[in-house]
Design a protein around this ligand. Structure first.
Ligand code: G16
Length: 542
């Protein structure tokens, strides 16, 4: 079988490429929604080839720009078992997206087909979902044209969170073994597992959730209907999905984490337990006011350490032998979190480059792999061997049996495909209920070193090349030495720089003994980048 060149040409002409260079970044393509039409078409083409490569298994496509502003959009491709697109295929995605003429497009397609030995007679199935951005519907239509141009079939699931689309993709490819491939199936699976852990225990106070005015808000409202009020009470704040411009505006997980301050819409009082989702509900951070009235953040590092500690305790209580729990972090993990994991939890910790696609695969190496980025993006993976052991071990005492049942329930509660804000929220709540712990008590495990995260706009962020799991730069020449010099001037000083894969900026992270010093170190490094490495716009201010 060969490509239907006429059909590809006819449909490609509906989606002409603009004079823009596109790159498949940290989480797929991401830029202004208005320049993405042709990219979506090309992603539809690639999804068909990927499905054929997997002998007709379903491939997912999620149209979202997650934590970015409302006018942005993007697309991430999902593998049959729910992981992010294999990295070896990212360069094909970039090649197809940058083909400007039908000839170039056909050449790029034939290149993938030849290199990957694609059998074009295989069927191809794609499922697509989108977040609440106004540009989403049109972009799904473009993606759909791409799928049709190569003779694939596409099912549009409409509005949903990113983790729901990952869940559905895996359900479809496991013939329901992972769960029912519907939105309702997702709610039921999470709610049932949560109930198995917390029923009969004393419930906690109301959880106030900042929905970032995105798809997470209505999704959480639907999920809450499956969980009785007697065991969980949730109030969703910032749920205005009708006003597009409000998406992630002064709200959401990224706003709270970066600014280390509460989002709009909250009359925050000590004692309130709060959390923030991001625009596609694949990240969550928790926060509260302590007794002194200081804003306190419980970020991805705190979630990871809470989960790892809890699971290790259960494994020990259940007496399941040979279960290695491991943790995966990135350079953004707070130095205190890493020290706590190594010294107190005594769990092996592995570092990867930024991007859940990297962390996910590193976590698969453990029996129980806990991975979270500090920004609240992560999950816990259980290996097939661990799941089997939790089911085959009988347990003799009541304590052992209870621990085993909780472990089994956790494997259903925690989304095994990707970081999932709603599943993570229920996991944290289940742990806090089980341990009868307050946010303050959870927070007291260790104290974060003061840190600061900044962005600098530069003329070409691709001139910055990060190495060693993002901890250093190999390019531009000489910049790393300058950063090292500055770091050495601060007690506990640590700083690194990397180009963002989701925004047109360079990110600067700094840590030091005091907040003032962390701020100063970040400011100095931002200034060096701005002055000597192509800063554009306004010079970063202290
Ligand atoms: C995406 C990735 C995350 C990453 C974040 C920021 O999150 O999935 O793993 O941490 O982007 O990446 P960068 O620093 O390269 O901009 P999301 O929630 O935006 O999809």
């Amino acid at each position: 079988m060969s490509l239907n060149n006429d059909k590809i040409d006819e449909l490609f002409k509906k989606h002409p490429k603009l004079d823009v260079t596109y790159t498949y970044g940290t989480a797929g393509f991401r830029t202004k929604g208005e320049v993405l039409d042709s990219v979506m078409f090309s992603v539809g083409l690639l999804a068909v080839l990927r499905s054929q490569k997997h002998s007709g298994k379903v491939i997912g496509a999620m149209v979202t720009a997650s934590h970015n502003p409302a006018e942005d959009n993007g697309v991430k491709l999902v593998e049959p078992m729910g992981e992010m697109l294999a990295q070896s295929w990212e360069s094909y995605a970039t090649e197809l997206a940058n083909a400007g003429t039908t000839e170039e497009l056909l050449k790029a397609l034939n290149n993938v087909i030849a290199k990957e030995s694609i059998d074009l007679s295989q069927p191809a199935k794609v499922v697509v979902g989108r977040d609440t951005r106004p540009s989403g519907e049109g972009l799904v239509a473009a993606l759909s044209d791409g799928v049709k141009a190569l003779g694939g079939t596409i099912t549009d699931y409409g509005l949903m969170t990113t983790p729901q689309l990952h869940y559905i993709t895996r359900c479809l490819n496991t013939q329901g073994a992972y769960g029912e491939p519907t939105e309702e199936g997702y709610y039921k699976k999470l709610a049932e597992a949560f109930k198995r852990i917390v029923t009969g225990k004393v419930k906690q106070s109301t959880l106030y959730i900042d929905g970032a005015n995105g798809i997470g808000a209505p999704t959480l409202q639907k999920l809450a209907k499956f969980i009785p009020e007697e065991i969980l009470s949730v109030k969703v704040v910032n749920d205005d999905t009708a006003t597009a411009s409000k998406l992630n505006l002064k709200s959401g997980a990224d706003f709270v984490k970066v600014g280390q301050k509460k989002p709009d819409g909250f009359d925050l009082q000590p004692g309130m337990r709060c959390a923030s989702l991001d625009g596609d509900a694949d990240r969550i951070v928790f926060w509260y006011l302590n007794k002194e009235g200081t804003f306190k953040l419980l970020d991805g590092d705190k979630i990871a350490t809470l989960a790892a500690g809890f699971i290790m305790g259960l494994v020990k209580a259940a007496k399941v032998p040979n279960i290695q729990v491991g943790l995966v972090q990135t350079a953004y993990a707070n130095g205190s979190a890493t020290a706590y994991v190594k010294d107190t939890l005594q769990v092996p910790v592995v570092f990867t480059a930024t991007g859940v696609k990297h962390l996910h695969h590193a976590a698969e190496e453990f029996d129980v792999g806990v991975y979270f980025e500090a920004n609240g993006h992560g999950t816990v993976l259980f290996s097939p061997g661990a799941i089997k052991a939790f089911h085959s071990t009988q347990g003799t005492t009541d304590e052992e049996k209870k621990a085993l049942e909780t472990l089994r329930a956790l494997t259903d509660l925690i989304n095994q495909t990707v970081g999932d804000a709603l599943s993570d929220m229920l996991m944290v709540e289940a742990i806090l209920v089980s341990q009868q712990r307050s946010y303050a008590d959870w927070d007291s495990a260790y104290s974060d070193l003061p840190s600061r995260l900044e962005k600098v706009k530069v003329s070409n962020r691709l001139e910055f090349v990060a190495i060693k799991a993002d901890t250093e730069l190999s390019k531009p020449d000489g910049l790393q030495q300058k950063i090292n010099q500055q770091m050495s001037k601060f007690k506990n000083g640590r700083s690194f720089v990397r180009p963002s894969g989701t925004e047109d900026v360079v990110r600067v992270y700094a840590e030091a003994d005091t907040q003032a010093n962390a701020d100063l170190l970040a400011h100095i490094v931002c200034g060096i980048i701005f002055d000597y490495h192509g800063g554009v716009g306004e010079r970063p201010r202290a």
